[in-house]
Structures are given as structure tokens and as C-alpha cells.
Write a protein that binds this ligand. Structure first.
Ligand code: NAD
Ligand code: DAU
Length: 337
């Protein structure tokens, strides 16, 4: 089987490539990545010489640049490539339109022309907007798309184009909508790696607004196994929610868990100006994928501990990042802290 992974040098894509090659060693996994700020080939250094892992530098928003890959008779496309950080969509939205919408459109067009057997769109629970903090509701496959920022709006747009290609051109597509991931290789702009690495640098953890916002946290390898199952056993033309089985947890409660592991007290949290349009709460009902036989393997506390361990053992990885492009982003979002 020939699998094309887009955005494979990023956080989830790189974990997925490792996951896939370990589980299906006879498959060939092509990784096309434009190596934007979050794309990091160090995430794949251990397999760079593997003939079953060809890397191609390419931008999915440039049709001609990625067409040659499709001539290699690709069976499955898994589209991870995206601009993925909400805060950046507030100050640089056009990058999101270009990659998340035009890029997905190009992949769909090429997948149709070159007759790929399955196109899987990696999407997010953010496309459904947010829930009230006291709500008992959960997003499900029947929830209407109602994105609230330009990141989620571009992911929702991409999904709609995926659905259009399935309906109109009969491209065999599936979509998955996952909650917040944690684990190794995550760019330290996101809350969990930012918290861990800030503490290691002797800096406080910036908490937006009241810190009462709720997210659902899943280990990245649980996300990978869920995508695998949807690709293999999911119904064509349908979507699947992917979520965790832990109790509802606020950002403050999550950070307190990290602080406890790192033997720090609550003074290491610093309340800062809220994110514009900050979604209050995400929660998903993943009973549909459960019926296919999936459930998360990692408990929340284990996922957090493993993630803290990884960042503690891989200082070189994140220090290089934090001393580069990241500094401009940090100043834009947090000022000169
Ligand atoms: P990431 O930002 O770590 O990685 C994105 C990757 O895409 C990078 O390697 C980057 O270089 C590449 N890329 C960006 N623009 C590109 C372009 N034009 N052409 C080719 N490659 C390009 O993101 P992530 O957190 O790994 O997220 C991967 C996917 O999963 C995204 O589609 C995101 O919407 C989705 N998702 C993420 C989460 C999460 O918690 N991180 C949860 C649910 C869904
Ligand atoms: O739900 C899935 C989504 O999860 C993915 O689609 C996105 O790609 C991914 O980035 C993530 O989005 P969030 O906005 O939820 O993740 P982030 O880590 O940026 O923020 C998590 C929560 O923490 C959110 O409520 C905002 C808050 N936060 C974040 C940062 C960076 C802070 O309080 N302080 C911070 O410095």
C-alpha cells in the first residue's frame, strides 16, 4: 500500500508516520511537507534513510508542485497539512485560507484525477464552535458546523469541500474530528508544551482569561490509532468524532497537574489577556467510532506525565525552536514577557 501523508513533519503527522510504519512495515509512506514553521524533519530523523519513507518538500497550496507525487500511484491520502494554531489565525489569517482551504482543494482534485482509493481529512472538534461552560451537551457527527475563528472556519470550509468531492465526484472520503492532542513533537506554541518548556526556562505559564475554559485532551497515539481505524473500517462519505474518556477539566486544572509533576506551585501560573473569540468548551461524543472498536489507551495523567518526560529529555529539540521564529510569535501574542 502507498500512503501519502501531508504535513508529516509536524506534530501529529510525524507521530502518525512512525505509528503507520511500525504497524504496517510493508507499506510505503510518502511525506509531503512544506516545512513551514512547525514542520521539523528532526521529528523523523530516525527513519530518514528508510526506503519506505520518501520525504518530498512540497506545498499543498501549489498544485503543480504536488502533482508529481500522485503519479506514484498513491492508494491513500491522509491530509494533516494545515496552519493549526488559533492565535496565529488572529494575526496571519491568509496563511490559513491558502493552506487549509486551497491546499485541501488541490489534494482533492488530484486524488480524484489519479483515482486514490481513500482520502482522509484530519479535522478538528473546533469546527462545531463552542459549548457553554455549564452545558452537558457534546458535539457529535450530527452537530452543525459553526466555527468561531479563522482557523476553525478554514478547517470547516475544507471539510465542506471534502464532502462535495465525495457527493459530486464519488471520491471515497472520510473525515475525523478530534479533540486536543498532547504528546511528543508538539510545537511549543500550544498550551501543554508551552507550559512545560516555560517552567523549565524559569518562566510562568500564561493562562488566558479566567482559565476556566475546557478542552478534551487525548494522547497523540490514540488519535493515530483512531485515524487508522477510520481509514480501514470507516464508512465512505462519513465523519467520526474522536475524543477522550477523562472527566471534564479546565485549563487551570490541567496546568495544576503539570505543575504538580514538575514540583511547582500555583504561583507559576500568570493570568493574561484573554484570546480574542476564545471558545469556552469542547466536548465530544465518540460513541460512533467506539462501535468500530476504538477507545483511547492512554489515561490523562499518563499522557501528561509522558509528555512532561519527553520535553524534559529533549531540551535540544525545543530550545532550538524557542530561540528561533517562535520568539516573534511569543512577542506578538504575549508581549515582552
Ligand atoms: P502542526 O502545526 O504541528 O503541523 C502542521 C504541518 O503541516 C507542519 O509540518 C507544516 O510544515 C505543514 N504544512 C503547513 N502548511 C503546509 C503547506 N501549505 N503544504 C504542506 N505542508 C504544510 O499541526 P498538528 O498539530 O500536527 O495538526 C495536524 C492536523 O491535525 C491539522 O490539520 C489540524 O487541524 C489537525 N488537528 C490537530 C489537533 C491538535 O490538537 N493539534 C487536534 C485535532 C485536529
Ligand atoms: O480541539 C482541537 C484543537 O486543539 C486543534 O484543532 C488545534 O489545531 C489545536 O491547536 C488545539 O486548539 P486550542 O486552541 O484548543 O489549543 P491551544 O493549545 O492553543 O489552547 C488550549 C487552551 O489553552 C485554550 O483554551 C487556550 C488556552 N491557552 C493557550 C495558550 C497557547 C492559554 O490559556 N494560554 C496559552 O498561552
Amino acid at each position: 500500500m502507498k500512503v501519502l501523508v501531508t504535513g508529516g513533519a509536524g506534530f501529529i503527522g510525524s507521530n502518525f508516520i512512525h505509528y503507520w510504519l511500525k504497524k504496517y512495515p510493508k507499506d510505503q509512506v510518502f511525506n509531503v511537507d512544506a516545512l513551514k514553521y512547525a514542520g521539523n524533519l528532526e521529528n523523523l530523523k530516525d527513519i530518514e534513510a528508510d526506503p519506505n519513507y520518501p520525504f518530498i518538500k512540497g506545498d499543498i497550496s501549489k498544485y503543480d508542485e504536488i502533482e508529481p507525487i500522485f503519479k506514484k500511484e498513491i492508494d491513500i491520502v491522509v491530509n494533516f497539512a494545515a496552519q493549526s494554531h488559533v492565535d496565529r489565525s488572529l494575526y496571519d489569517p491568509y496563511e490559513f485560507i491558502t493552506t487549509n482551504i486551497i491546499g485541501t482543494k488541490n489534494l482533492l482534485e488530484l486524488s480524484t484525477r489519479y483515482k486514490v482509493k481513500k482520502f482522509h481529512q484530519v479535522s478538528t472538534d473546533e469546527v462545531f464552535g463552542d459549548l457553554a461552560l455549564n452545558s452537558k451537551d457534546k458535539f457529535s457527527e450530527r452537530t452543525l458546523l459553526k466555527p468561531s475563528n479563522e482557523y476553525s472556519a478554514t478547517k470547516a470550509s475544507a471539510e465542506m469541500i471534502v464532502m462535495a468531492y465525495n457527493f459530486t465526484y464519488k471520491l471515497p472520503t472520510t473525515i475525523s474530528n478530534c479533540t486536543n492532542n498532547i504528546g511528543p513533537n508538539q510545537y511549543p506554541e500550544k498550551l501543554v508544551p508551552l507550559a512545560i518548556t516555560n517552567i523549565m526556562e524559569g518562566k510562568k505559564v500564561p493562562i488566558y482569561g479566567s482559565g476556566k475554559n475546557v478542552r478534551d485532551w487525548l494522547h497523540v497515539l490514540d488519535h493515530c490509532s483512531a485515524i487508522d481505524l477510520v481509514i480501514k473500517a470507516g464508512k465512505v462519505g462519513e465523519r467520526y468524532m474522536i475524543g477522550s474518556d477523562h472527566e471534564e477539566i479546565s485549563n487551570i486544572q490541567l496546568i495544576k497537574k503539570i505543575l504538580k509533576i514538575m514540583k511547582k506551585d500555583g504561583d507559576w501560573m500568570e493570568f493574561v489577556t484573554d484570546r480574542l473569540g476564545h471558545d469556552r468548551k469542547y466536548a465530544v461524543d465518540w460513541s460512533k467510532i467506539k462501535k468500530l472498536g476504538w477507545k483511547p489507551k492512554y489515561k490523562l495523567d499518563d499522557s501528561i506525565r509522558l509528555t512532561v518526560d519527553w520535553y524534559m529529555k529533549n531540551e535540544d529539540w525545543w530550545k532550538k525552536i524557542k530561540s528561533g521564529e517562535f520568539r516573534k510569535h511569543y512577542e506578538k501574542v504575549y508581549g515582552n514577557r
